[in-house]
Design a protein around this ligand. Structure first.
Ligand code: FSX
Length: 365
């Protein structure tokens, strides 16, 4: 991997980013994470001084979607620059080294940064039959996770597979797949679920860890700043839900008018993530905006819960966690004119939260 400068401020200068623009970025990040105003200054000061953080990234049973999500930004963003700035000492997909040299890099990083490196994991861990179903360099994923976790300062589980087991853990779970937190019990673990997670959430959480430490987490180990609201809470189609206006099929008149997708199976009401505000592809869109209901991919066991095209109120027979948490369709019908207005306003404010390097250069001009 290319060697970077030792301070983020040098890296920013190299890319023509002024301090004023950098402060704007920190304010936007602090706001996206619902931090108090002073946090932006603390974040800026710490980020400017922060030394390169050693990160070891292990990929286990997964589809590489999480890494794809992170690396497929359309434009380089300041968030990606921060990600680029860390010392990614080991990453199966991104590293140039292979074979013995790759494993040596991992061992050297573990030794040189003992007790200080951050371990990022994507993918679940097969545990059945001593974990033989997935090995790297002759070592089972299970052994490698335990070995690297032992001297890590903290662990970040990226993607629903690492956070909760994800697709590999779906019934009948032939490999005995488990999440990181089912195996490692003595380290702080931050879960960043999503299949895959939103890129800016990954880099935002990393920026938080580098500057302010471990963020506040919910009962599923997710940062509250990004997973505190349900998709439904922030969905731009929410006013239609509140008025009882639902698409009954994907090609009916209601669907064409952009009505709520609850009755065609949207899991937004029981799914916690920031898709409705941060969106995807540099804030372009998200599944519900493209006409497909949320499938709940950032919730534990979402795959086994199934019922992707059944309304929550009628999917109680489905296995998994949707049962018992379904909202009655139209339960708050008529309640929402004021809420809708407030929501639209918030939506407009938050439509573009990812600031690109180009934007910053433009704003400097
Ligand atoms: Fe899982 Fe990620 Fe879904 Fe894929 O690494 S969360 S299957 S997007 O790739 O782990």
């Amino acid at each position: 991997m290319t060697k970077k400068t030792h301070r983020l401020s040098d890296e920013l200068q190299k890319h023509g980013i002024s301090r004023r623009s950098f402060l704007k970025f920190c304010t936007a990040m602090a706001s996206a994470m619902a931090l108090p105003p002073m946090a932006a200054n603390v974040m800026a000061e710490t980020l400017e001084k922060v030394q390169r953080q050693s990160v070891i990234w292990l990929s286990f049973q997964e589809c590489t979607g999480c890494t794809e999500s992170l690396t497929r930004s359309h434009k380089p963003s300041i968030e990606s620059l921060i990600f680029d700035f860390i010392s990614l000492d080991y990453h199966h997909t991104l590293q140039a080294a292979s074979g013995d040299a790759a494993e040596l890099a991992r061992e050297q990083a573990m030794h040189a940064h003992k007790g200080k490196y951050i371990l990022i994991v994507d993918g679940s861990i097969p545990t059945k039959d001593d974990g033989v179903y997935s090995t790297i360099a002759g070592m089972t994923n299970l052994d490698m996770l335990k070995e690297v976790a032992k001297d890590a300062a903290a662990i970040v589980s990226i993607g629903t597979c690492a956070a909760y087991g994800g697709l590999p853990k779906a019934a009948p779970n032939p490999t005995g797949a488990q999440s990181v937190s089912e195996i490692i019990k003595d380290k702080p673990i931050i879960n960043i679920p999503g299949c895959p997670p939103i890129p800016v959430v990954m880099t935002g959480v990393l920026a938080h860890v580098l500057t302010l430490g471990i963020p506040e987490l919910d009962s599923h180990g997710r940062p509250v700043a990004f997973y505190g609201d349900s998709i439904h809470d922030r969905c731009y189609r929410r006013p239609f839900y509140d008025q009882g206006l639902f698409a009954k099929s994907f090609d009916d008149d209601g669907a064409r008018k952009g009505w709520c997708l609850y009755e065609v199976g949207c899991k937004g009401p029981v799914t916690h993530n920031a898709c409705a505000t941060l969106k995807w592809n540099n804030g372009t869109s998200f599944p519900i905006q493209s006409g497909h209901g949320c499938i709940g991919c950032s919730e534990p066991d979402f795959w086994d819960a199934g019922g992707f095209y059944k309304a929550l109120s009628t999917s109680n027979a489905e296995p998994g966690h949707w049962a018992g948490v379904a909202l009655g369709a139209g339960a708050v019908v008529g309640a929402a004119a004021a809420l809708a207005n407030r929501h639209s306003h918030k939506q407009a404010e938050s439509d573009k939260t990812e600031i690109t390097l180009d934007d910053m250069k433009e704003s400097d001009a």
